[in-house]
Design a protein around this ligand. Structure first.
Ligand code: SF4
Ligand code: SF4
Length: 420
C-alpha cells in the first residue's frame, strides 16, 4: 500500500459526506458514495499492490467519481476521496484512453490545434452539421453535443494580438488565459484582463499557449500534467509578477495544488509550493476592489452555479454573488447551486449517462424568471448550455466576467478600444 500517496485511512464511515455526493444523489447506491469508495479504494489498491487486475465492478464505481471534491469539503476527517481516485486513474490496466486529452492538449502545438478546431466547429453551418451527429456513441456524440452549444461570438484573436501588458502603479499580475477558455471564450479573457486593468492592476499576459495540466491529471497522466506545471512555474518566476490569476475554476484549483503534485520531487517541491501560494482566482482580486457605479438600473436577475473546483476545491462561494450585487445584478439562488453539473474535466465525454443526469438535474434547478446562469468555469458553461439548448429554454449560461462587464461598460464603444 505504501506506493499510494493519498491516505484515506482516517475515514470513520460516518456517512456525513453522502448527501453532498452527486453520484450518490443520482443512484442512491452506497458503492457510488464517498464512504463506499473508501472501501472500494482499499480493494483496488490491494489488487494493484499484489499484481492482480482489480475487479472491474469495483473500479467502475470508483471511476464514476467526478473528482468534484464535494465530499472533501464536508468531511470532518478531511478524507481526500477525489484525490485518491485521481491517483488511481492511469494505474488501472485496460482504461480506455481518450483522444481529446492525449491528441488535442498534450503540447503547446496541441493547444493551438485545439483552438483551430474550435474555431471551425463553432461556425454556424458547421455547427448544424455537428448537431446531426449527437446520437453517435461516446465520446463522439457527447462531444458534438457540447460543440453545438459552444459560443459563436467569442472569436479567438491571434496569438500576437493577445500579447499585452498594463501600465500603472498597481500590483502586477500575470493572467493565464488557458487552453479551453481561450479556445472558446477568448472575448471573456480579454474582458477579464481589461477588468483587472480598470481596477488598477498591471496585467501581464502569457505569451505562449499553455494548459494548466488538470485535464492530463484527471485522466491519469500525472507526469504529463507536471510537464505543463514546470513550464508555468518557470515562466511565472521569471515574470516578476506578484500574483498568477485565472478566471477558470478548474485551472485555479490545479494551480493551487501544484505543491502536492511535486511533493516527491526535491528539485521542484519548494518552487511549486511558492507558486501555489501566489495563485488567485480572478474573483478574489476583483472582490478586493471598489467597483464603478453600474450603468443599468433594472437588469434581469441571474442565478449562480458554483463550479465544484471553485466552491469545494478552493472554498470560494460568496465573492461572485457579492460582486454581481455590487454592480446591480439581482441574484436568485438555484436549487443545489453547488452540485456538480456533470462536466468534470472530460467526464461528460467518458461517462455521458451520469453526466447527462447531473446536467438535467442542474438545468431543472434554475428558478423561473432568470435569463442567465452565471458560473466561472468553461466546462460548466458548455455543459449547462448544452442542457439549456436541448430543453429549448430561453436562458443562457455565461461567465460572471461577461455579466459584470456588460453591466459596467458594454455599449459604450469601450469593447472595441479595449479589447482589440
Ligand atoms: S469520507 Fe469523511 S464524511 Fe465520508 S464517511 Fe468517511 S469520514 Fe465520514
Ligand atoms: S469527489 Fe465528488 S463524486 Fe467523488 S466521491 Fe467525492 S463527492 Fe462523490
Amino acid at each position: 500500500m505504501k506506493d499510494f500517496q493519498v491516505d484515506t485511512s482516517m475515514c470513520v464511515h460516518c456517512g456525513l459526506c453522502l448527501p453532498s455526493c452527486p453520484t450518490y444523489q443520482v443512484t442512491g447506491s452506497e458503492s457510488e458514495s464517498p464512504r463506499g469508495r473508501v472501501v472500494l479504494l482499499d480493494a483496488v489498491r490491494e489488487a494493484l499492490s499484489s499484481g492482480r487486475t482489480p475487479d472491474p465492478t469495483a473500479w467502475g464505481a470508483l471511476d464514476h467519481c467526478l473528482d468534484c471534491r464535494a465530499c472533501e469539503a464536508v468531511c470532518p476527517a478531511h478524507v481526500p476521496v477525489g484525490h485518491a481516485v485521481e491517483e488511481l486513474r492511469g494505474l488501472v490496466p485496460g482504461r480506455p484512453s481518450l483522444l481529446l486529452n492525449a491528441a488535442a492538449l498534450g503540447s503547446p502545438s496541441g493547444v493551438r490545434r485545439f483552438r483551430r478546431w474550435v474555431r471551425v466547429a463553432t461556425r454556424p453551418g458547421v455547427r448544424r452539421i455537428l448537431r446531426a451527429g449527437t446520437s453517435l456513441p461516446a465520446p463522439w456524440g457527447p462531444m458534438l453535443s457540447l460543440a453545438g452549444g459552444a459560443p459563436t461570438s467569442q472569436s479567438a484573436p491571434s496569438q500576437e494580438a493577445c500579447r499585452e501588458s498594463g501600465e500603472g502603479l498597481g500590483v502586477t499580475v500575470r493572467f493565464f488565459w488557458g487552453c479551453v477558455m481561450e479556445g472558446l471564450y477568448a472575448r471573456t479573457n480579454r474582458r477579464s484582463a481589461e477588468l483587472l486593468r480598470r481596477l488598477g492592476y498591471v496585467v501581464q499576459m502569457e505569451d505562449a499557449p499553455l494548459c494548466c495540466g488538470a485535464l492530463a491529471r484527471h485522466q491519469g497522466d500525472p507526469e504529463g500534467a507536471r510537464r505543463w506545471a514546470r513550464s508555468i512555474i518557470a515562466r511565472f518566476e521569471e515574470s516578476g509578477a506578484a500574483f498568477f490569476v485565472t478566471n477558470a475554476a478548474g485551472c485555479g484549483a490545479a494551480f493551487k495544488e501544484y505543491g502536492a503534485w511535486f511533493r516527491e520531487d526535491p528539485e521542484w517541491a519548494e518552487r511549486a509550493r511558492a507558486f501555489a501560494g501566489r495563485v488567485r482566482d480572478l474573483l478574489e482580486l476583483v472582490d478586493l476592489k471598489r467597483l464603478p457605479v453600474p450603468r443599468r438600473t433594472a437588469p434581469d436577475p441571474v442565478t449562480v452555479h458554483d463550479a465544484c473546483h471553485l466552491v469545494h476545491a478552493q472554498g470560494i462561494r460568496d465573492p461572485v454573488r457579492a460582486i454581481l450585487q455590487r454592480v446591480g445584478i439581482p441574484v436568485v439562488e438555484m436549487v443545489e447551486a453547488d452540485l456538480c453539473c456533470g462536466s468534470a474535466g472530460i467526464y461528460n465525454l467518458s461517462h455521458p449517462e451520469m453526466a447527462r443526469a447531473l446536467r438535467d438535474r442542474k438545468v431543472g434547478g434554475i428558478p423561473p424568471g432568470v435569463t442567465r446562469v452565471v458560473t466561472s468555469n468553461p466546462g460548466c458553461l458548455l455543459q449547462i448550455q448544452s442542457g439549456l439548448r436541448e430543453r429549448g429554454l430561453l436562458v443562457d449560461a455565461v461567465h460572471w466576467v461577461d455579466v459584470v462587464y456588460d453591466a459596467l461598460w458594454s455599449g459604450k464603444g469601450e469593447d472595441r478600444a479595449a479589447l482589440g
